[in-house]
Design a protein around this ligand. Sequence first.
Ligand code: ARG
Length: 463
Amino acid sequence: MTEKTQNQMWGGRFAAGPDAIMEAINASIGFDKRMAAQDIAGSRAHAAMLAAQGIISDSDAAAIREGLLTVLSEIEGGTFAFSTALEDIHMNVEARLKELIGEPAGRLHTARSRNDQVATDFKLWVRDQLDAAEGGLVALLRALLGQAEAGADWVMPGFTHLQTAQPVTWGHHMMAYVEMFARDLSRVRDARARMNESPLGAAALAGTGFPIDRDLTAEALGFDRPSANSLDAVSDRDFALEFLGVASICAMHLSRFAEELVIWSSAQFRFVTLSDRFSTGSSIMPQKKNPDAAELIRAKVGRIMGANVGLMTVMKGLPLTYSKDMQEDKEQVFDAADNWMLALAAMEGMVRDMTANRDALAAAAGSGFSTATDLADWLVRELGLPFRDAHHITGALVAKAEAKGCDLPDLSLADMQEVNPDITDGVFGVLGVENSVNSRMSYGGTAPAQVRMQIDRWKERLT
Ligand code: ARG
């Protein structure tokens, strides 16, 4: 048996190297090389701790830590030769370290295993992504606040069932998304706080007999504390699932907003004009400006949610502790993270650049009998009618307007009095869209004064 056919990390027990297909199914280096920086940070912290505890010598630790920096610069510089035979990032890095510094490299793996190592690397990677998502969400929230502030009192139709319901303000609509994305931000922060425990030192599964100091490595890597159960530490992928769960909900929000932008930018709506920077043209129809960024954002939830379901399915039947199934955790999380960050950035850019068409919004706000509820409320307030009766009368007035092909404010007083003789011309005061939105002063309502109060509250919270 030559060195080449045996695996240099566990060759001792093996008489032959792996079949090519075994190597192909087993190797993760093709994707886990994305965790190189985290792997090297974890190993450097581990080596320093081993020396501090007198488990390896200071000079070995220094050589290891220095050598690892060289490995990192080779990887970052693109000169590192990754090997599939070495299976994953952990063994690729260690093998190169051995080439660089010789014998001390073999001491790095004392008191640890690839099981706690991979859990640590992956946690650090996911934690970075949560931080990136936090930045992306804050930027998006700021862009939404900018839109809300510009049009705090611009009227537009509010919809239920995508049918005109009641007039609302543009600012109010933008602030609805502020609430949604702010909940995503809070979920990101919660997930980060919960996941921030260090698996390093759990070793293969049972801990180690070496006198390690897990607090030291936890602190060096920015964790709040070491995880308290070594079996759980190496078999836990909740942090990745929670990441995907948070990402899925946020992607669903992004998708809903994207859907509105697709509708709003159509020739039939014209509520918004998207900037050229976030639109594309058609190669055959010269008049077209397509909302491709919005459409792609709308679609991203598919793969992100898919990753969530995929990893949940991988994990659901696994006995404690580590199983190789868990190597299938990374690609889905990498893909979901890449696409979540891209969708956040694209949405932020689109929101920042888009123009709300105030006139089109106002014209639409007044159509579709949008002030029918205000009319019914007026009948209750001024004529003392029970709301149910007022609702019925208003329905009859809407039917009358519909038959005449006009909107509610276009009915004459005589038309109105045919339905209820007690109606006075005071009713026309509430049929105006501006009056309608200004009257909705209940907390969280659409009145511009309420909307501005919420804008101020969020601006303060985001600084
Ligand atoms: N490449 C492996 C993974 O991603 C590393 C851990 C391997 N551990 C083991 N006991 N084989 O999960």
